[in-house]
Design a protein around this ligand. Structure first.
Ligand SMILES: NC(=O)c1ccc[n+]([C@@H]2O[C@H](COP(=O)([O-])OP(=O)(O)OC[C@H]3O[C@@H](n4cnc5c(N)ncnc54)[C@H](OP(=O)(O)O)[C@@H]3O)[C@@H](O)[C@H]2O)c1
Length: 268
């Protein structure tokens, strides 16, 4: 990955920031994005102290024009793009019967359309360099989670898009990785939208028991280097995907039970 140019959407926090660190420590050149300038500057300052060659751009993945600016900025700074990591994402937590549908739309706009726009903007360069498109999906993209209508739908849609892209790129030398982290400690649950579109403010799960963002990023880095097509993380995540494939009705009951145990769950 030495001297490769890596564009990471949503790199100011969590898994995206940890990816910037692991690729940067392996001497890649990094461009990260995010909507919040102060958070972006804080993340960049911290990563620069670790010797990482990194720059940032305020850009919202759900705005197509921002993704074009992002690709142009990577070319202006570094002259090429080798790897795009579609990482920017938000979550939600509300029963479908109660949710304001704008919440679902917002999650789709960021998690699915954001990846579509960013990939469209970076693909010509990635084809030229026989590089990689990486989608940070989720176990929720293989197995629907109650209370996460928009989130699960966005990740299923992302998986479908990546599968098509991988097939279209089969003879073009482009690598496409669908990476599905399991529960990973980050800000995502604090920032998740509740039924009225407000951030829920705190995590309903024990973050300290989860995989760290650094470990998650390390696995994604290795899968990129090995040009793997799929990565499913955590034992619980692998089990969920496997049980869902073989015993879907059992999976419904197990998933319900697990999610009903979350703090303040609306599931009975
Ligand atoms: N943590 C988990 O348990 C878990 C599990 C499976 C999959 N994932 C996936 O991993 C990815 C990263 O999540 P995370 O857990 O690291 O969450 P996080 O700590 O909340 O970080 C999300 C990052 O995305 C950025 N972002 C959000 N909306 C954006 C937008 N519209 N445009 C540009 N940047 C945006 C955020 O910055 P701004 O808010 O400043 O824009 C932040 O840098 C997501 O796609 C998520 O679905 C996470």
């Amino acid at each position: 990955m030495e001297n490769k140019v890596i564009v990471i959407t949503g790199g100011s926090s969590g898994i995206g920031k940890a990816l910037a660190e692991v690729f940067g420590k392996n001497r890649s050149k990094i461009l990260i994005t995010g909507r919040n300038l102060a958070e972006l500057e804080k993340g960049i300052a911290e990563l620069k102290t670790k010797g990482i060659d990194i720059a940032g751009l305020v850009a919202d993945v759900s705005i197509e024009a921002d993704n074009k600016k992002m690709a142009a900025e990577a070319l202006r700074l570094y002259g090429r793009i080798d790897v795009l990591i579609n990482n920017a994402g938000i979550s939600m937590r509300a029963l479908f019967e109660e949710v304001d549908l704008e919440v679902v739309k917002k999650v789709m706009d960021i998690n699915f359309y954001g990846a579509l726009y960013a990939t469209h903007a970076c693909l010509p360069e990635i084809i030229k360099n026989k590089g990689s498109v990486i989608g940070i999906s989720s176990i929720a993209g293989f197995r629907g989670l109650p209370g996460r209508t928009g989130y699960s739908a966005s990740k299923f849609a992302l998986n479908g898009f990546l599968e098509v892209l991988r097939t279209e790129m089969l003879h073009r030398g482009v690598h496409v990785l669908t990476a599905a982290p399991g529960f990973t400690a980050s800000n995502i649950r604090k920032r998740a939208l509740s039924k009225d579109g407000m951030a829920q403010g705190e995590s309903p799960r024990a973050e300290e028991k989860m995989m760290t963002a650094e470990e998650c990023a390390h696995h994604i880095y290795n899968a990129t280097v090995k040009r793997k097509n799929f990565l499913v993380l955590t034992l619980q995540g692998k089990l969920a995907v496997w049980v869902n494939k073989l015993f879907p009705q059992l999976a419904d009951r197990l998933v319900y039970k697990t999610m009903a145990k979350e703090e303040n769950s609306s599931l009975k």
